[in-house]
Design a protein around this ligand. Structure first.
Ligand code: HSE
Length: 306
């Protein structure tokens, strides 16, 4: 039986100023997925974790990318997918991307790696379309490539991997659900030129900061004048977490993807751990259940583990 199990990393999309264009993979949490190649055409997706999943593969974030892949292959084969989800849907750390990316990386492995990573991103985007109504690539790309990635263009797909210095990442996931589709709906459709200028200065500064290992430049560039002012209203405690973490030595941070998770970057592990304490204090006081992760940037992306 041709079967493979993959580990799929959580991801932080946007990286504050880079809405829909920047993202990075994390070393925690992970989803796990076992995919079996079948002689019969068709795709089945089942979940072992109690999160309700659409049973129609076309409506499923793991199933839709496989349908796209099989259409391109044009062969009478199928896949069975079993998902063990640990990245909670609606958390803002790329749960749908982990399913979409994991299924195509696993299937490609079973097919002898005939597709490139960029092809896999193209297929995985069908999963994001199912999940949020839009093909945004800033979660699936770092999930597949690992590290920090820039989507310079989505149509046609143009992916740039960005080297970065060692960074520690602290994430808090307040246990409220923010649906990406809702968080996109509330955004203004037009931006002021002065805001656009500030934003593209920050995106360029952030990428340069990563590539030059210039921590101060990274910190200065972690500013979002377009999306965060609107979306932060959906996240109780956001301003307090951000201000307190920066005062405690975080380089900066903001909303992870479309929220409600908040992430902070720091230079060292001790600071990253102190930020976790601050995040826990804020949400304990507000009375919102939460999970935290103190982690680093995952360099490998989806990994075949057996
Ligand atoms: N760039 C997307 C958004 C990421 O912010 O809507 C969703 O995780």
């Amino acid at each position: 039986m041709k079967q493979v199990t993959v580990q799929c990393p959580a991801t932080v999309a946007n990286l504050v100023c880079g809405f829909d264009v920047l993202g990075m993979a994390l070393d925690a949490p992970f989803d796990y997925m076992t995919v079996t190649l079948c002689d019969e055409p068709g795709i089945t997706v089942t979940s072992k974790d109690g999160f309700p999943l659409p049973t129609d593969p076309a409506q499923n974030t793991a199933g839709a990318p496989l349908i796209a892949m099989l259409e391109e292959l044009n062969q009478p084969i199928g896949f069975e997918v079993v998902i063990q989800k640990q990245i909670k849907p609606g958390s803002g750390v790329g749960s749908s991307a982990a399913s979409a990316a994991g299924s195509v990386v696993a299937a490609n492995h079973l097919l002898g790696n005939r597709f490139s990573k960029a092809d896999l991103v193209r297929f995985a985007l069908f999963g994001e379309k199912v999940a949020s109504g839009v093909k945004h690539a800033d979660n699936v790309t770092p999930c597949i490539y690992g590290g920090i990635t820039l989507i310079r263009s989505i149509f046609p797909l143009d992916i740039v991997t960005i080297p970065a210095p060692d960074l520690h990442v602290t994430v808090v996931h307040p246990q409220i659900e923010v649906r990406t589709s809702d968080a996109r709906q509330i955004l203004r459709k037009q931006v002021l030129l002065k805001d656009a200028i500030r934003q593209w200065g920050n995106i360029a500064g952030l990428v340069a900061g990563f590539m030059k290992s210039d921590y101060d430049l990274i910190g200065r560039s972690l500013e979002d004048v377009i999306i965060e002012p609107v979306r932060s209203m959906l996240i109780p405690g956001f301003d307090e977490v951000k201000e307190s973490c920066k005062a405690a030595g975080a380089l900066g941070g903001g909303i992870s993807g479309s929220g409600p998770s908040i992430f902070m970057l720091s230079k060292d592990q001790a600071t990253a751990a102190s930020l976790e304490k601050i995040m826990k204090e804020v949400y304990t006081r507000i009375g919102i259940d939460h999970h935290t992760y103190v982690t680093t940037i995952n360099q490998q992306g989806v990994k075949v583990i057996s």
